[in-house]
Design a protein around this ligand. Sequence first.
Ligand SMILES: Nc1ncnc2c1ncn2[C@@H]1O[C@H](COP(=O)(O)OP(=O)(O)O)[C@@H](O)[C@H]1O
Ligand SMILES: [Mg+2]
Length: 303
Amino acid sequence: MSAHVAVLMGGRSAERQVSLTSGRDCATALRVAGYQVSEIDAGDDLVDRLVALKPDVVFNALHGRWGEDGCVQGLLEWLQLPYTHSGVRASAMAMDKPSSLEVFRSHGIPCPEGSLTTVAAVNARDPLERPYVVKPPNEGSTFGVRIVRSGDNNPPISPDWQFGDQVLAERYIPGRELTVAVMDGKALGVTDIRTVDGFYDYDAKYAEGGSRHIVPAPVHKEIYAQALDLSERAHRALGCRGVSRTDFRYDDTGGEPGRLYMLEINTQPGMTPTSLVPELAAHCGIDFPSLVQWMVEDAGCAR
Ligand SMILES: Nc1ncnc2c1ncn2[C@@H]1O[C@H](COP(=O)(O)OP(=O)(O)O)[C@@H](O)[C@H]1O
Ligand SMILES: [Mg+2]
């Protein structure tokens, strides 16, 4: 009999809609790969549903808080259900940008200069010379990310900010947007993401025609190799499992080769067939059903 896979999707985070799309697409591909599949929209009854279904493996297609930050991973450890992607610690560290950036820096990985501060402090006085970027310490999909430019008159953080008191302020890195997928500890390739105004915001990420992906990224070959190496090191430094995706800014404004800066590692990257990780896997000859099948085979628990 084929293995029974429960696909977790939706959930409570700001990235609920994105996760529903990832989850449905993964469920379809898993059926193509021959698995028995149950789709679960992760709500208050999640534990009861998992206990009743008794799946062999949980495919975690959640994004954002609760699903990407170690919470659901801890629950699955407790239930002893093998699950895809990273474990509790790596997920929690990756979701908390100040923590993961600290680890990256301690491993010699270049990141933008920046610090954790508060909404009140930023609005009282610029924490860095403009332009700089403010972002919530633990969101995704560019929610809350704002570029503060010289000449902006409004307070850097507007009253409708919904992400708590803490703010990560970073030097704005001009140039290009690169991303790297890592699968089984090996980097698959580098994508150059082209957007209309150079800011990879929510619409650029998900709206039709919002961005263009160039694979392999047409950058200096030293930079290409460096991006692969830094991504594998970041994946290892946090102890990630399965697939991850690392986002970079590449400052080539002074000519090539320029300088790479790691922004973050995503332990639950987007998983529609046209998302960045599946696209890089396809570039390496791994089609979408084969990718999700590998992820299920790679699933595990700490105990
Ligand atoms: N320091 C920075 N300099 C320039 N652009 C940035 C910087 N930080 C974030 N951005 C822009 O905002 C996007 C989202 O930021 P990121 O740190 O990756 O958070 P998220 O978890 O929301 O994806 C980036 O892809 C990039 O376009
Ligand atoms: Mg990002």
